[in-house]
Design a protein around this ligand. Structure first.
Ligand code: GLU
Length: 458
C-alpha cells in the first residue's frame, strides 16, 4: 500500500478588504479538505500590493477565521519574503524566461482592442522580445521602466510561432482539466514600479511551504495553467489543484471584498451563528443537502469536494436564517451555557429549553431572561380581559407547583369561566410575559415560579 502524506493547504487572501462569504468558502474548502486527512492549514497573507494591503484588514481576516473555528497551523505574509522572490526572478531572467516589456497600459489596451475588432484573441504578441539592448537602453533613458512577463512554453523554437500546448491537471473538485498555454498572454509577473503581482510569489511560496493542494475559486483556472508552467520552470514540485464554483448575491452579482457586501464581519454583527455561516458557505452550490452542522468536525465528515457543482451558486440570506434557527432550536444547554453566562442570562436548563425554539438570534435570550424576571412593561388589556385575569389570579394554585402547573391552572380557569382556546390563554400570556407571542407557557410557567408569577398578576 502506498502511504500518502496528509495534505498541506493554504488560504491566501490579500488583506485589501473584509472577507466575504465567497472568500470564506475558499478558506473552508481548504480547511475541511486538509482536516479530513489530518493535514496542515497555512494562512498566507498575499500582501505584495503594499498600497492596498493594511494591517487592519489582516487582523480582520484572522478574527473572521477564528470566529468560524479555523486557527491556522502557520501564518505567513508575502511582504516578509521579497528577497526570496527577487532571487527567483533573477534566475528566471538569466534563463530568458522573464523578459522586460515597455508598452504602456494604454498601448496594451489599444492593441487588445485592435485584435478583438478583427475577431482575434487579445494575446500579447511578444514584440518586446525583439528589442535589442540598445532599444531597451534608449527606452530607459526616456524614463520608461519595464514590466516583466513570463515566457510561456507554448512554442517549439520560435516564440513568435505558438502552438497548442495543453496543460492537464486532475482537479480535486472538477476532475480532469485542460488549459491551452497558447490561448493566453505571457503573464506579467512584475509591474513597472517593481511590485509583484501575486502569480510568482504564490508559486515560490507554495513550493517553499510544501503546499500539496491549492484549492481556490474557479476564476483561477487559467492562472493555474500559467502557474503550472512557472512551477516547472522553477523546478518545484507541482501541487494538486482544486477549483470551486463561485458565490453570487441574491441578484446574481459577484461578491466583492471592496464593497463589504456579505462580509463575515457584518454577518457576525447581525448575530448569525458561525456554524450557520460555515454550513451554508460550504454546502450551497453542491449536490449535497444544505444542513445545519453543529461544528466543523461534523461538516468535515460530510463535505465531499467531488460533489461541488460546476455552475455558480446564489447566496440567499433566508437560507442562512433558516440554518441559524435550526442550530439555535437544537442547541443543548451544555452548548449554550458559557454564552448564557456571558450575557448574564443563565436561568438554568429548563429556561433554556423553554425559550430556545423562539430564538432567531442567540442574544434574544436576554430579552426572555428579563421577561422571566419580570422586567417588562405590563400591557394594558380591555376591561373584560382584565377582569378575566383577576378571576384567573384568584384560582392560581399555591405552591408546590409541578411541571404541569399551566395545565392545572388553566384547567381550573376554564371550568370556572367557560373560556377556552385563545380567549383563555392570550390574556394570561400577556399578563405573564407582556407579549403576544413566545415560548410555550407549559414550559415557561414552572421557570417563572410561584413568587414571580404572583408578583405580576393583579
Ligand atoms: N491572493 C490570491 C487571491 O486572493 C490567491 C489565489 C490563490 O489561492 O492562489 O486571489
Amino acid at each position: 500500500m502506498t502511504q500518502t502524506n496528509p495534505p498541506t493547504v493554504r488560504f491566501a487572501p490579500s488583506p485589501t478588504g473584509r472577507l466575504h462569504i465567497g472568500n470564506i468558502r475558499t478558506a473552508l474548502y481548504n480547511w475541511l479538505f486538509s482536516k479530513q486527512q489530518g493535514g496542515q492549514f497555512i494562512l498566507r497573507l498575499d500582501d505584495t500590493d503594499q498600497e492596498r494591503s493594511t494591517e487592519e484588514f489582516a487582523q480582520g481576516i484572522v478574527t473572521d477565521l477564528a470566529w468560524l473555528g479555523m486557527t491556522p497551523d502557520r501564518t505567513e505574509k508575502q511582504s516578509d519574503r521579497f528577497a526570496v522572490y527577487d532571487s527567483v526572478a533573477d534566475k528566471l531572467r538569466e534563463q530568458g524566461l522573464l523578459y522586460p516589456c515597455y508598452e504602456s497600459a494604454e498601448e496594451i489596451d489599444r492593441r487588445r482592442k485592435r485584435l478583438m475588432a478583427r475577431g482575434l484573441p487579445p494575446i500579447y504578441d511578444r514584440s518586446a522580445l525583439n528589442l535589442s539592448d540598445d532599444d531597451k537602453a534608449a527606452l530607459e533613458a526616456e524614463g520608461k521602466q519595464p514590466h516583466w512577463r513570463f515566457l510561456l512554453p507554448n512554442f517549439a523554437s520560435d516564440p513568435f510561432v505558438t502552438r497548442r500546448t495543453e496543460i492537464k491537471f486532475d482537479d480535486v473538485i472538477r476532475g480532469e482539466q485542460t488549459v491551452d498555454l497558447a490561448s493566453m498572454s505571457d503573464p506579467v509577473l512584475i509591474r513597472a514600479d517593481g511590485t509583484y503581482l501575486y502569480t510568482l510569489p504564490s508559486v515560490v511560496d507554495d513550493i517553499e511551504m510544501g503546499v500539496s493542494h491549492v484549492i481556490r475559486g474557479g476564476d483561477h483556472i487559467t492562472n493555474t495553467g500559467a502557474q503550472i508552467a512557472i512551477f516547472e520552470a522553477i523546478g518545484g514540485p507541482v501541487p494538486a489543484f482544486g477549483h470551486h464554483n463561485l458565490l453570487q448575491d441574491a441578484s446574481g452579482e459577484g461578491l466583492s471584498k471592496r464593497t463589504g457586501a456579505l462580509s463575515i464581519a457584518s454577518l457576525r454583527e447581525s448575530g448569525f451563528e458561525p456554524m450557520a455561516v460555515a454550513s451554508l458557505a460550504t454546502l450551497i452550490g453542491t449536490g449535497q443537502a444544505v444542513e445545519a452542522c453543529e461544528n466543523l468536525q461534523v461538516l468535515a465528515d460530510l463535505f465531499d469536494p467531488g460533489k461541488v457543482s460546476r455552475s455558480n451558486a446564489k447566496f440567499d440570506v433566508n437560507e442562512l436564517n433558516g440554518l441559524n434557527d435550526k442550530l439555535l432550536h437544537a442547541m443543548s444547554y451544555q452548548q449554550a451555557h458559557t454564552r448564557l453566562q456571558a450575557l448574564d442570562a443563565d436561568m438554568g436548563e429548563m429556561f433554556w429549553n423553554a425559550v430556545r425554539a423562539n430564538l432567531n438570534r442567540f442574544d434574544e435570550i436576554k430579552k426572555w431572561a428579563d421577561i422571566v424576571d419580570g422586567k417588562f412593561e405590563p400591557v394594558a388589556q380591555d376591561e373584560q380581559d382584565s377582569n378575566f385575569v383577576i378571576e384567573a389570579t384568584s384560582l392560581l394554585p399555591q405552591e408546590p407547583w409541578g411541571d404541569d402547573i399551566w395545565q392545572r391552572w388553566t384547567g381550573l380557569v376554564k371550568e370556572k369561566t367557560g373560556r377556552k382556546g385563545k380567549q383563555l390563554f392570550m390574556p394570561l400570556r400577556i399578563a405573564l410575559t407582556g407579549q403576544h407571542h413566545g415560548p410555550d407557557l407549559k414550559q415557561l410557567m414552572p421557570v417563572i415560579g410561584w413568587e414571580r408569577t404572583r408578583r405580576r398578576l393583579p
